[in-house]
Write a protein that binds this ligand. Structure first.
Ligand code: 4NP
Length: 150
């Protein structure tokens, strides 16, 4: 099982989702691979946003070893599940994705609130959204881990 977490810049939300999911995989003993990417490529090669790294660290998760990259076509083949952080990421992924792989693309918060299409808010332009993002992603990743364990 290979999971790709996807946001716009791959510096704020999806690196945190990757870090939390890695931690849940260890906690639950899951044999899965996890990566993250952005739909934009604007921050290619950069570390996660310093605010995301600091917030994740406060919550016991180290994401300082990650580097931003853009989603590529082969991701739709290689990964079993691609989790979009928000509706815009979801629409961009579906637009890029060959039709026969579109079933792999999901909104991450639908794991907690099925079919509601709720977005993880983009914290990039504010300072106070990082803990909210962490809590939402922690809840979603916990659910994903429990479902994979069964
Ligand atoms: P992310 O946040 O998609 O959660 O990584 C953003 C990062 C960068 C930008 C926007 C959102 N940006 O406009 O550069």
């Amino acid at each position: 099982m290979k999971i790709l977490m996807v946001c716009l810049g791959n510096i704020c939300r999806s690196p945190v989702a990757e870090g939390i999911m890695r931690s849940k995989a260890e906690e639950y003993g899951l044999n899965i691979e996890i990566d993250s990417a952005g739909t934009s490529g604007w921050h290619n090669g950069e570390l996660p946003d310093s605010r995301s790294m600091a917030n994740a660290k406060e919550n016991g998760i180290d994401i300082s070893d990650q580097g931003s990259r853009k989603v590529v076509l082969s991701d739709f083949i290689e990964f079993d599940l691609l989790y979009a952080m928000d509706e815009s990421n979801y629409n961009n992924l579906i637009h890029m994705c060959p039709e026969n792989f579109q079933y792999k693309v999901k909104m991450i918060l639908n794991e907690v609130h099925p079919a509601k299409n709720i977005s993880v808010p983009d914290p990039y332009y504010g300072n106070d959204g990082f803990q909210i993002v962490f809590d939402l992603l922690n809840e979603a990743c916990e659910k994903i881990a429990i479902n994979l364990k069964q």
